[in-house]
Design a protein around this ligand. Structure first.
Ligand SMILES: Nc1ncnc2c1ncn2[C@@H]1O[C@H](COP(=O)(O)OP(=O)(O)OP(=O)(O)O)[C@@H](O)[C@H]1O
Ligand SMILES: [Mg+2]
Length: 260
């Protein structure tokens, strides 16, 4: 019997619009201990959840609780030690390295705390880069990249290099890049961690708009309560386990306050 397929069918029945489903997901690292023996560091322990397409989810937890590790697994940048992960209908464990690279390029947009822009490239070419990797011509890629920069209000900065942009502008370039292949899912690991309060709110308004208007599923790691309040659901980790998974009540209020 093909066990993963059966489990997948059961989860599908419970939540047919799930974009992410994880079941008993565990991740351990093995470190060199005394006497040459390796020591298991359990970083994610029996993680179970399902994310419906269009949700806006915040991940919180103390430093070292496993938030980035979880995002890396969900982003197919790292693999779990055990358990199951379905991205849409795909059992990620069955994908080849080429298929995983394609998933990362086309289905997921990544946004990081440090922006991770290529400093020798203009904003326009940073945004166009994932399209070039996907095999699209440079001219078409630049046209599409420009339309994304227009959407994020940065078209007049298209020819600037990252060091000629503010932190908030750099993050908007990074968000434009994350969106350029029209992913279903944005994974953002502390995207406002390097930004001041006002700029953080502007970035969160942008995520809010993308989620509401385009229906993109967003998962965001944050240490800030008011950033998490932009999300409609909060998952809290402690020592690698989920200790809270609940709807937030503040989203509407936050969005309205930030617009004033
Ligand atoms: N490649 C690795 N090898 C060994 N241990 C690791 C590795 N990556 C992470 N860890 C450990 O896993 C645990 C969780 O790390 P992770 O980066 O997921 O935490 P985090 O919740 O994102 O923390 P922060 O809020 O500081 O970013 C930490 O104890 C960390 O030291
Ligand atoms: Mg982290």
């Amino acid at each position: 019997m093909n066990t993963p397929a059966v489990l997948s069918d059961q989860i599908d029945a419970a939540n047919p619009t799930a974009i992410i489903r994880v079941e008993n997901l565990c991740k351990s690292y093995y470190l060199d201990g005394a006497n040459g023996k390796s020591v298991e560091l359990r970083v994610l322990i029996d993680i179970n959840f399902s994310i419906t397409s269009g949700e806006f989810v915040a991940i919180m937890g103390h430093s070292g609780s496993g938030k980035s590790t979880l995002m890396n697994v969900l982003g197919c940048l790292d693999s779990p030690s055990s358990g199951h992960y379905w991205l849409g209908q795909q059992d990620v464990a069955t994908l080849s390295n080429d298929a995983l690279a394609s998933v990362r390029n086309r289905q997921i947009g990544f946004v990081f705390q440090g922006f991770n822009l290529l400093r020798r490239m203009t904003a326009l070419d940073n945004v166009a880069a994932p399209l070039l990797y996907a095999g699209i011509s440079r001219k078409a890629a630049r046209q599409r990249a420009m339309s994304l920069l227009e959407q994020t209000g940065l078209d007049s900065f298209a020819m600037h290099h990252p060091n000629q942009l503010s932190g908030g502008q750099q993050q908007r370039v990074a968000i434009s890049r994350a969106l350029v292949n029209q992913p279903q899912l944005i994974l953002a690991d502390e995207p406002t961690g390097n930004l001041d309060t006002q700029t953080s709110h502007e970035i969160m308004l942008l995520f809010d708009r993308l989620n509401r208007e385009s229906g993109i599923t967003i998962m965001i790691v944050t240490h800030e309560d008011d950033i998490a309040a932009c999300a409609s659901r909060l998952i809290r980790l402690k020592d690698g386990r989920i200790i809270e998974d609940a709807a937030t009540r503040h989203r509407q209020n936050h969005a309205m306050a930030a617009r004033q």
